[in-house]
Design a binder for this molecule. Structure first.
Ligand SMILES: [Zn+2]
Length: 262
C-alpha cells in the first residue's frame, strides 16, 4: 500500500478571477491547467476519507485540498474537477458556514462568501471530503490549550451533524500546530492533519499523519512551476519563496492575537 506520507497533497484557497490583496486566489483558467498537468502526469485524486476507509488506491494518488471553504470552490473548482472525474477535500472553519470572511486581515474591505450547510452536503454527496479548519479560524497554538481542544472537538461535531458522516481530517488554521494540538487532534478522533509546511526536494510529507506537509499553488505559479513542484524537482527558489509567503500569513495571526479579544 502506498504510504500516506508519499502522497502529494496540493493546497488551494479561492479559485477565482477576482484578485485579492493576498496571492492565494488561483484563476479558474490556471486551475484548469493544473488539472491537465495532473492528468498528463498520470495522477488521480483521492481523499483522506478513502485512506481512512482503506479503499483501494490508484497507482498515482494525489490529494487536492481547499482551505477556508470558500464558495468559489463550489462555483469554479467543482465544475472543472467534475469534468476530470476529480474530487477534493474542503476545510471549513465552522463559525463561518454560510457567512462572509471577516477573519482575514489580508482581505480587509473585501468580502468573500463561505459555503453554506447545503453546499457542504452537496459536495459531500459528490464524493468530496469535508474536513475541519477549526471553528473561529484562529491559530490553535496561540490560544489556551483548553480552547484549542474545544475548537478541535466542536468543529468536528458540528460538521458531522451537518453531513451525518464521520470527519476524518483537519487543516490547522495558518498551518500552526504543536505537540499538544496534535495530541488533542488524535484524541478528538482525527486520523489525518494537514499543515502549511512546504516540502523540501525529495520529501513530500512529514512523518506524522496528523502533521502532513502540503504543496501550495499560488496565483502567480506558471504551468512550468506547477510541473516542477509536482515532479518533486522543487527548486530552492520556490521553497524559499513559499516559506516567505507562509511567514506573511503570520501577520494575520498576530493581528488576531493583539487586536481581537475573545
Ligand atoms: Zn485558512
Amino acid at each position: 500500500m502506498s504510504s500516506v506520507l508519499n502522497i502529494p497533497i496540493i493546497n488551494y484557497h479561492k479559485i477565482s478571477d477576482q484578485s485579492d490583496i493576498g496571492i492565494t486566489s488561483r484563476k479558474p483558467r490556471d486551475f484548469q491547467n493544473d488539472l491537465t498537468v495532473l492528468v498528463d502526469l498520470g495522477y488521480q485524486t483521492i481523499t483522506f476519507r478513502d485512506l481512512a476507509l482503506e479503499r483501494s488506491l490508484p497507482p498515482k494518488p494525489v490529494i487536492l485540498t481547499f482551505d477556508d471553504g470558500y464558495q468559489s470552490v463550489l462555483e469554479n473548482a467543482y465544475p472543472l474537477m467534475e469534468k476530470f472525474g476529480f474530487k477534493g477535500v474542503v476545510y471549513m472553519p465552522t463559525d463561518f458556514i454560510g457567512k462572509t470572511n471577516d477573519w482575514d486581515v489580508q482581505f480587509a474591505g473585501m468580502r468573500f462568501g463561505h459555503l453554506s450547510q447545503d453546499d457542504l452536503r452537496f459536495l459531500h454527496r459528490q464524493g468530496f471530503e469535508i474536513g475541519s479548519h477549526g471553528c473561529s479560524h484562529r491559530s490553535l497554538t496561540d490560544m489556551k490549550l483548553d480552547e484549542a481542544r474545544k475548537e478541535l472537538e466542536t468543529s468536528k461535531a458540528k460538521l458531522e451533524a451537518i453531513l451525518s458522516d464521520t470527519v476524518y481530517s483537519i487543516s490547522y488554521p495558518f498551518g500552526r500546530f504543536n505537540i499538544p494540538v496534535l495530541q488533542f487532534a488524535k484524541k478528538s478522533g482525527y486520523r489525518f492533519g494537514v499543515t502549511a509546511i512546504f516540502f523540501r526536494a525529495g520529501q513530500w510529507n512529514g512523518y506524522n499523519p496528523l502533521a502532513l506537509r502540503r504543496l501550495n499553488i499560488y496565483r502567480m505559479d506558471s504551468r512550468k512551476a506547477v510541473e516542477l513542484k509536482l515532479r518533486k524537482q522543487f527548486h530552492s527558489f520556490f521553497a524559499y519563496r513559499d516559506w516567505l509567503i507562509q511567514k506573511g500569513s503570520l501577520a494575520t495571526v498576530l493581528w488576531q492575537k493583539w487586536f481581537r479579544t475573545k
